[in-house]
Design a protein around this ligand. Sequence first.
Ligand code: TRP
Length: 448
Amino acid sequence: MGNEERGQWSSKIGFILAGAGAAVGLGNIWRFPYITGENGGAAFVIIYLLFVVFLGVPCMIAELALGRRTKLNAVGAFKQIRNKPLWIFAGFFGIITSLGILSFYGVIAGWTFGYIFKMLLGEGFGYQAFVTNPIFEIGLYAIFLIFTAAIVYGGVEKGIEKWAKILMPMLFVLMLGLIIYANTLEGSYKGIEFYLSPDFSKLTPKAILSAVGQAFFSLSLGMGMMITYGSYLSKKENILTSSLSIALLDTVIAIMAGFIIFPALFAMGENPAAGPSLVFVVLPKLFLNMPAGSFIGALFFVLLSIAALTSTISMLEVPVSYFVDEKKFSRKKIVWAVTLFTFIIGIPSALSQGAVDYFTYFGLLPSELSAPDFLSHMSFAFGDFAIVIGSLLLSIFVGWVWGAKNASAEVAEGSQFFSRIKGLWQFSIKFITPIVIIIILLSVFKII
Ligand code: TRP
């Protein structure tokens, strides 16, 4: 299978940063606040945190173990362990999901990139004018995909690790500063109340599905990405501590984003349930009020673009490594082919924020599940539903088909401590994860 030619992470910290770079992205800073806002705040956050700990971390361990054991892409990994149509399908499902996610995520990433210039040039035009302009939407989306492809083209080791090491800490520091600033605004305490004092009556079955979807989305699970990244991991590395570190970093950044957005939003009298526009409306207003705001705003969107880029890279890597391993395509050719294909399927999302009415009021899914625009449909279908199904298939596969015991042996290599908690992990992957997911799905579709 050409394993000798596979790249490998150059160091432990390199892997953790690449993994955290994939996990930390628009999911934390754009998606987490708006989904929390739509689902009523604090109670949603608590459920989300429980899912991260009890389902997310065990699934991340499972994906990394499967990848490292087989040293293969998402499809190959399933196939090597059980060559049956259902499991090959499970792998393919991940490839399709990654393209689906990349297609709408790339559009939002294009916005972040565009906002760098919008901040520098001043508020010449508002959010609405920006997102309804088809040239901006398609152009920025295309530019972002080209950046992504150019890095994936060079392979995993070069580039990604080096950038992540400098820029992620910078984003963290800037966010700390913004938390302090936002919380000194008048009326900001109402945002803290919304964010921290739970009202459990707001938890509908859809809110719970969004919480589990967001937990998997933010941790980059359910589409074989961690399988793929695990395949570049050496046996010496510790899967347990790597998963915990990635999950912790990812969760801290999401929670921090909430501590910026909600105080700022309430101080400025905006609506927390505004949907995908939330961050792009509230943050520029926040920057506008502060000294050197256009510079700080531009810097923020530079760092957010980089965070998005380390995530889009990881999404593109999933189909690319599949074609390289299984179909023996050259990496260089397939990167551009997959990018072009993704670009095309993302066009409706790019035009769905007002540029084209048909995509703006698409309304195929019932309104309890998704807002009418095409992008929200993609975000629900791929960013919630498909990755939850993907995680269900993965947990059944690792827990029952490969076998939780076999998988534990893989995790234990490189982590002595794991043997002490392996019973807990096995229980979670065999029972808790699949059962919780099935119950949530049944209740969303009103079967129970
Ligand atoms: N986790 C990333 C974010 O929060 C998005 C992402 C990257 C992702 N790779 C993924 C989501 C794989 C699901 C699956 O921005």
